[in-house]
Design a protein around this ligand. Structure first.
Ligand code: NAP
Ligand code: HSE
Length: 429
């Protein structure tokens, strides 16, 4: 039996979905009893040249051709952005259509509202592709690992920044040069803010943490720092310290509160996340029963993202065939206290420029001593203009003590300038 699907948006991801559904239609029919056909495709510009060759699919710039069409039972949203995607998804659900999306921005901001609408309509709302592209993350957290108390999430969940940091590490080039190269190659968008300022990773962490910790989590709960301040010298010092720099998304649940951060970190080369390069993504999950798990793969791209979307289509068609859509409570279940800063002491890397004169280093050392912060490594190099560049790695230090020392160091702007501060991970997972 044919099952008609409407596609909202046909760019990088939507094009992959058209291709993959065509490639797998017979297999999907055999698995679910429904032969999937994309009948209508919404785009903004009907005249635009597209990679995908349309066959029977009708191209339209009117959403009503999909949303008001009773023959269409499933809507796949790959437009992106908040509006009009939110309004269209809610309208589709109210019309009794199942919805599958890759739109992490929308879910991070309006997930609870949409999930509630889906439950009310007894429709599926599935979004495996929203985090980690091809990597199965949502379903394992929502289904396979539900017997666990999940305590830790830690990973690289933004491909663009991982590509930039990997290239800076490989070539020694500075951030601006590599960003430009990434934009020329189409890895980074012309306005890269959402990726390089850590917001894309923060939205994805919001979605993962909500499911993993069973918590009502909002984007404001995530402390976010991006990669714009990472200099070629930070990358070189990281190498000297046996580490690489990665943008990590970190979620912790200690049973009392949860802490969520996106921040560049020094990752020792012996840590498995240090080997995740280019646009690849990886996520560590720790469950009390399962122990450590690591998920790795392509976090973006046309067919990798379509792989997750079409997987959701198959789940949805199976649910329809058994009359059990909306079988999971997918939404957040409890309000939880959220704390700022890392809940556990970490090692920190600090790079600063200081006046190259007697007593300055002694002053820095005395501040650390007074704060009872022990130093693990100290490197000092002559920079230029009578400035010395000092790099300090602390022993494990509570985040409040670190903030206090940074404040005290910053107060001596006449003597020194802090250039960067980042946590340094332990050597293993
Ligand atoms: P894209 O290439 O920019 O494609 C967007 C498509 O939506 C285009 O076909 C565009 O039409 C259409 N569209 C946008 N606004 C519209 C509107 N108001 N009315 C009608 N059509 C509209 O985007 P993408 O990279 O495929 O990303 C799509 C979604 O997938 C986003 O939510 C993104 O975050 C998510 N995602 C992307 C990736 C990835 O690798 N790219 C990975 C994971 C998740 P025109 O073609 O006519 O402009
Ligand atoms: N901009 C995202 C990234 C695309 O770089 O990971 C996939 O969500």
């Amino acid at each position: 039996m044919e099952l008609k699907i409407g596609l909202l948006g046909c760019g990088t991801v939507g094009g992959g979905v058209v291709e993959l559904i065509r490639m797998r239609a017979d297999k999907i029919a055999a698995m679910t009893g429904f032969y999937p056909i994309i009948t209508d495709v919404l785009v903004r510009d009907l005249t635009k040249e597209r990679k995908v060759q349309f066959q029977h699919e009708r191209l339209t710039d009117q959403a009503s051709n999909i949303l008001d069409n009773d023959d269409i039972k499933v809507v796949i949203e790959t437009m992106g952005g908040i509006e009009p995607a939110r309004t269209m998804i809610l309208a589709a659900l109210r019309a009794g259509k199942h919805v599958i999306t890759a739109n992490k921005d929308l879910i991070a901001l309006h997930g609870p509202e949409i999930i509630e609408a889906a439950e009310a309509a007894r429709c599926d709302f599935l979004y495996e592709a929203a985090v980690g592209g091809a990597i199965p993350l949502i379903r394992p957290l929502k289904e396979s690992l539900t017997a666990n108390e999940i305590t830790d999430l830690k990973g690289i969940i933004n491909g663009t920044t991982n590509y930039i940091l990997s290239k800076m590490t490989e070539s020694g080039a500075n951030y601006e040069e590599v960003l430009k190269e990434a934009q020329d190659l189409g890895y980074a968008e012309s306005n890269p803010a959402s990726d390089v300022d850590g917001l894309d990773a923060a939205r994805k962490l919001t979605i993962l943490a909500g499911i993993a910790f069973g918590a009502k989590v909002s984007l404001d709960d995530v402390e976010v720092k991006g990669i714009r301040t990472i200099a070629a010298s930070d990358v070189a010092y990281a190498h000297e310290l046996g580490a690489v720099i990665k943008l990590l998304a970190v979620g912790k649940d200690d049973g009392k509160s949860i802490a969520l951060e996106v921040r560049p970190s020094l990752v020792p080369k012996s840590h498995p996340l240090a080997t995740v390069n280019d646009a690849f993504n990886a996520l560590f999950v720790h469950g009390d029963a399962a122990g450590d798990l690591m998920f790795f793969g392509r976090g973006a791209g046309s067919l990798p993202t379509a792989s997750a979307i079409v997987g959701d289509v198959i789940e949805n068609l199976r649910n329809i065939s058994m009359n059990i859509p909306s079988r999971f409570r997918t939404g957040p279940v409890a309000s939880r206290a959220v704390r700022k800063g890392s809940p556990e002491p970490l090692r920190y890397y600090l790079r600063m420029h200081a006046k190259d004169q007697p007593g300055v280093f002694a002053h820095i050392a005395s501040l650390f001593a007074k704060a009872e912060i022990s130093l693990e490594t100290v490197l000092q190099k002559r920079a230029h203009d009578n400035q010395a560049e000092i790099v300090i790695v602390t022993h494990e230090t509570p985040s409040a003590a670190l903030s206090s020392i940074v404040e005290q160091l910053t107060a001596r702007g006449d003597l020194l300038e802090i250039k960067n501060v980042m946590p340094m991970e332990k050597g293993d997972a």
